[in-house]
Ligand binder design. Structure first.
Ligand SMILES: Cc1ncc(COP(=O)(O)O)c(C=O)c1O
Length: 414
């Protein structure tokens, strides 16, 4: 007799087994080098599903800085920040706070951890957490943890994606005294920006505090790359003691690590209370050095770097549209190619990969059934040749699998 955990695993792996048996399983493919241009099983590929938006992760200066930090600090400090903080962490936090124009910054080991820790430290039994319906897993998980604290659990409510009216209804009818509204600068699966001005206006009227996850806006939006608030001219317009910005080094900043920005006391409170931060190991200094080097590039050359990304994204958008692809609600460098059918998304992925272009399919439960898509992220590190190759392949296989026309695929034999 097998164990119940093995029985559970076997039952729940049915879809994965089926995809593997049909040779369309798309995930966990091992890269043989780092970067947007890599290889899988000896075949060169251009990766369009990477979040290395500024294409700086493999910059020689970034790698040199990390190597020098290995010599001085090794790859880990064998403890949490409480007893393993270095001058490099502190210096980076000060520079990040200054660059983002926020009073204080705390750096954590991942963005996920930063969000979970922020929500758990701030929300309690007097709090209604008000979440956009398309919130990232880190916002959901942080909220579920806050709601599950014995005798001190928060209320959780959702508002319709990007709808200020729906948000207002929720704020009006909430059960708890304090409201903490959580939203993202750019929604990573759809590539659409938050309707930030309207949402902040409602939050102001209802005296709600805001947690803004700008993981995909940092380095990509605003003239200098400071994110959604800079993009919409809203920096400094919302009271800083009511705002926490959470971001990450795992996209534009070339490594891994979380960023929490806010009022001095609010950030200090999170620093002492966030269990995901206090009880987990320090971000290694080589990673701090890499992020610090990219921040230096943004400090001196931000507008040029972000401008190049925006130009490339515009080129790709224009051409994808001309070829007849549906890009959903995208208005950023993240452009989902909507297939609206699981098989189309999986077949497209396989056909493209065999020709050296990687665009990972997103299927249920990552998105609703009927909203399946290819994940296409344009980065500053992609060349015009990379984009032209991807466009040509997308056109050929998109027509073969009826992606542009929206026609049905015939039945698939097992
Ligand atoms: C919107 C959003 N928030 C937070 C995170 C988590 O960031 P990290 O990779 O640093 O844990 C991600 C990454 O997937 C994300 O997309």
């Amino acid at each position: 007799m097998t164990s119940w955990i093995k029985d559970k695993a076997h039952g729940e792996l049915a879809r994965i087994r089926e995809a593997k048996s049909k040779q369309v399983y798309p995930y966990f493919r091992p890269f043989e080098s780092g970067g947007l241009h890599t290889s899988i099983a000896g075949h060169a590929i251009v990766n369009f599903s990477s979040n290395d938006y500024l294409g700086l992760t493999n910059h020689p200066k970034v790698k040199e800085a990390a190597k020098a930090a290995v010599d001085k600090y090794a790859c880990g400090l064998s403890s949490s920040r409480v007893q393993a903080t270095t001058v490099a962490h502190v210096e980076l936090e000060e520079r990040l706070a200054a660059w983002f124009k926020m009073p204080k910054c705390l750096v954590t080991t991942t963005g996920y951890q930063a969000m979970v820790g922020t929500l758990m430290s701030l929300a309690d039994v007097d709090t209604t957490l008000v979440l956009d319906q398309l919130s990232h897993a880190c916002i959901l998980d942080g909220s579920f943890l806050a709601a599950g604290v014995p005798k001190n659990g928060s209320e959780i409510r959702f508002f319709n994606h990007n709808s200020a009216r729906s948000l207002e209804r929720v704020l009006k009818t909430r059960e708890r005294k304090n409201a903490l509204v959580c939203l993202e600068g750019v929604y990573s699966l759809d590539g659409d920006q938050a309707t930030i001005a309207e949402i902040l206006e409602v939050c102001r009227r209802y005296d709600a505090c805001v947690v803004l996850d700008d993981a995909h806006g940092t380095g990509t939006l605003g003239t200098h790359g400071r994110g959604i608030l800079e993009e919409h001219g809203l920096e400094g317009t919302f009271p800083t003691d009511k705002l926490v910005i959470v971001s990450t080094f795992s996209k534009s900043l070339g490594g891994i690590g979380g960023i929490i920005l806010g009022d001095e006391e609010v950030v200090d409170h999170i620093k002492h209370r966030a269990r995901s931060f206090v009880f987990s190991a320090t971000l290694p200094v080589p990673i701090v050095a890499a992020a610090s080097t990219i921040l230096g590039m943004l400090e001196t050359d931000g507008p040029a770097l972000v401008g190049e990304l925006k130009e490339k994204a515009e080129y790709m958008r224009k051409n994808l549209k001309q070829l007849g692809f549906d890009l959903g609600h995208s208005n950023t460098h993240i452009m989902p190619v909507m297939c609206r059918d699981e098989r189309k998304a999986l077949f497209m992925h396989v056909a493209l990969l065999e020709n050296g272009v990687m665009m990972v399919p997103i299927t249920y439960p990552g998105v609703k059934q009927g909203e399946e898509r290819l994940r296409v992220n344009v980065t500053r590190g992609h060349s015009k040749e990379d984009m032209d190759k991807a466009l040509e392949l997308l056109d050929v296989y998109g027509q073969a699998f009826f992606v542009q026309s929206g026609d049905e695929l015939g039945p698939m034999e097992a």
